[in-house]
Design a binder for this molecule. Structure first.
Ligand code: NDP
Length: 274
């Protein structure tokens, strides 16, 4: 396995297992430098969202890289206020324009806004059928949201991107997604760095002679979870990509799983107010 390896989504589209997240990376030089560094190292999947306010900078770095468009896998997301306004089509076009792209590889419903997400999905299905999006998916969906979406929609989400790290292991949701051919993707895979000093993590990172972040990213991959760690620090962007030269044993995977305490760094999708 290496940084270019992909998983085949339920519609046949290939998505890299390891991508680069840009939440809380400021638009302008900060995001441009971070994305340029990531692309230089070999990341080909980028995860942004309209609400991150940095699609323009991501687009600039993509253009500056000179990489062929088909080599890249770009994810962005429709924000909650656009869902409430019924403005998914407009939001999609605005994201494309800011990114300087005429199609998106993966477009996600950012949060399951009650009473809105089914209508949002219908608009996304139209964009998908028109060839503007290669795969459509969801984010922050519990099982009950997925069940609700499945009833009455033509296309199944290719991906569910949710908070996932050893404090929040999501055994049931992961199994449900696997059973229904929805690829599970981790956001905040490092629990925003809060997990890196945990004694089990430091002990195992020493055992494998890797850093705590590398251990956790590898744990995602061995769970067949697509993952998108974020960093604005050049040496960490590089470090987080060096996860293909070791293997965590079954026992040690179980020890990391055992850190689960249903602890979130972000809100519960059943209880968000934005
Ligand atoms: P992560 O779990 O990826 O953690 C990022 C933090 O960890 C930053 O503070 C970073 O610091 C630090 N860090 C990164 N690498 C290392 C390392 N090797 N050693 C030590 N510290 C490190 O958090 P995010 O919340 O950013 O999640 C990743 C991505 O997931 C986002 O960027 C976004 O794309 C997506 N996301 C999606 C959400 C959704 O609702 N769909 C919600 C939240 C995130 P520094 O940058 O200073 O190096």
């Amino acid at each position: 396995m290496n940084i270019r390896d992909t998983v085949t989504l339920n519609n046949g589209v290939q998505m890299p297992w390891l991508g680069f997240g840009v939440y809380q990376v400021e638009d302008g030089p900060e995001v441009e430098q971070a994305v340029s560094k990531a692309l230089e190292i070999g990341y080909r999947s980028l995860d942004t969202a309209s609400v991150y306010g940095n699609e323009k900078g991501v687009g600039k770095a993509i253009k500056a890289s000179g990489l062929p468009r088909q080599e890249l896998f770009i994810t962005t997301k429709v924000w909650n206020t656009d869902q409430r306004k019924g403005a998914t089509m407009e939001a999609f076009e605005a994201s494309c324009e800011r990114l300087g792209l005429d199609y998106i590889d993966l477009y996600l419903i950012h949060w399951p806004v009650a009473g809105c997400y089914k209508e949002t999905w219908q608009a996304m299905e139209k964009l998908y059928q028109a060839g503007r999006i290669r795969a459509i998916g969801v984010s922050n969906f519990h099982i009950h949201h997925l069940e609700d979406l499945f009833s009455g929609s033509d296309i199944k989400p290719a991906v569910n991107q949710v908070e996932f790290h050893p404090y929040l292991v999501h055994t049931e949701l992961r199994q449900y997604c696997a059973d229904n051919d929805v690829q599970f993707e981790a956001w905040s895979p490092l629990a925003q760095a809060q997990i890196l000093n945990e004694p089990i993590v430091t002990e195992l990172s020493q055992k494998y002679a890797k850093t705590p972040a590398q251990l956790i990213i590898r744990w995602d991959l061995q769970h067949q979870v697509v993952t998108i760690p974020k960093s604005s620090t050049p040496h960490r962007i590089e470090e987080n990509a060096q996860v293909f030269d070791f293997e965590i044993s079954t026992d040690d995977m179980a020890r990391l799983d055992g850190m689960d305490r249903n602890r979130r760094t972000g809100p519960d999708p059943d209880n968000f107010n934005f």
